[in-house]
Design a protein around this ligand. Structure first.
Ligand SMILES: [Zn+2]
Length: 321
């Protein structure tokens, strides 16, 4: 339809209507968005896009498969955050970089830190095998519990309506549809994990990113190869040796690496503990557009299938979901 742009200015309104096949206000793709917003992480950007629809333009800062704990902002991020009517942050340690960017960009948009809206847990609370360096910090990986995604979507909807009251109906409809999908997701995950024998519900992952998921669905986190809420920590030799012992004594069959991290450490620990290395999980980032983890819902489904398949020795796999 780009030839439409070549029409001379005297082309009749009637002709334009015929060529575009629609009248004014019917949502043709070239219509500028009513409002521009930004989102830091891939998960948050996906939640915001589901509420925004075509009405608001969403600039996601982090690219797929990038580790937010280790993100180096680009100059273009300053402009994106400066121009945004609302900046949606995941919150906590995960996207601290956003605060400096917002300051540098001089924007006056509302900043919504979703971590402040959801129900939080503290990290490393009841994980065996972790020495006492897991300080009582708020765990920033809230989206791993879909019930928190529900709360986040409600906060996103309300902030979009405040920034763009004319779009209220659109945001409310989009949010209601998506909230239904999130509730279905939560039921499906619970159903699939429920197929696993209780004694098999033991997770060993890379960093401490799945605490909310484990809490929600009744899994026990036996340990993590990086015993911290951030990927930027390094395990001591003692940490690693203790984890190997635990994997053996708890008879954990598989260690799950993360899509955004090098699996070297997980591979080495698995070899020493006679465990296997599972498929990677989408922990702190969604996957690229052509992957099953390209959306929040897709990533949560893929993680669940990976976990259930890995912990059941391939016997189960969340079929039909
Ligand atoms: Zn993390």
């Amino acid at each position: 339809m780009t030839y439409r742009l070549l029409l001379p200015p005297f082309a009749s309104v009637g002709l334009i209507a015929v060529l575009t096949g629609c009248g004014p206000g019917s949502g043709e793709p070239s219509r500028p968005a009513a409002v521009q917003v930004s989102a830091t992480t891939t998960q948050v950007a996906d939640l915001v896009r589901n509420v925004a629809g075509d009405r608001a333009e969403v600039n996601g800062i982090l690219p797929p498969n990038a580790d937010p704990h280790d993100y180096e902002p680009r100059p273009s991020d300053v402009a994106a955050l400066g121009e945004a009517a609302v900046v949606f942050k995941s919150g906590g340690d995960l996207d601290l970089f956003a605060d400096q960017l917002i300051e540098a960009g001089g924007g006056d948009g509302e900043v919504v830190a979703l971590l402040d809206r959801v129900t939080t847990i503290e990290g490393g609370d009841d994980h065996e095998g972790e020495e006492e360096h897991a300080e009582d910090a708020v765990d920033p990986h809230w989206w791993q519990d879909p019930r928190n995604a529900v709360v986040a979507v409600e906060a996103i909807r309300d902030a979009l309506i405040t920034a763009d009251p004319g779009g209220a109906e659109t945001y409310e409809t989009n949010a209601a549809d998506y909230l239904d999908e999130l509730e279905t997701l939560d039921d499906q995950i619970a159903g699939c994990i429920g197929e696993l024998a209780p004694e098999r519900r033991k997770l060993v992952t890379e960093h401490d990113a799945l605490g909310y998921y484990a809490d929600r669905y009744g899994l026990e986190i036996i340990g993590t190869t990086i015993p911290a809420l951030t990927t930027q920590a390094r395990p001591s030799a003692g940490d690693t040796a203790a984890l190997v012992d635990l994997i053996r004594s708890e008879d954990v069959p598989v260690i799950f690496p993360e899509s955004a991290l090098n699996p070297k450490l997980a591979t080495a620990i698995a070899a020493e503990a006679d465990a296997t290395v599972g498929e990677p999980l989408y922990a702190d980032t969604l996957g690229p557009a052509d992957s099953e983890g390209a959306t929040y819902i897709g990533a949560m489904r893929a993680n669940t299938a990976t976990i259930v398949s890995g912990l059941s020795g391939g016997a189960l796999g969340c079929e039909g979901q």
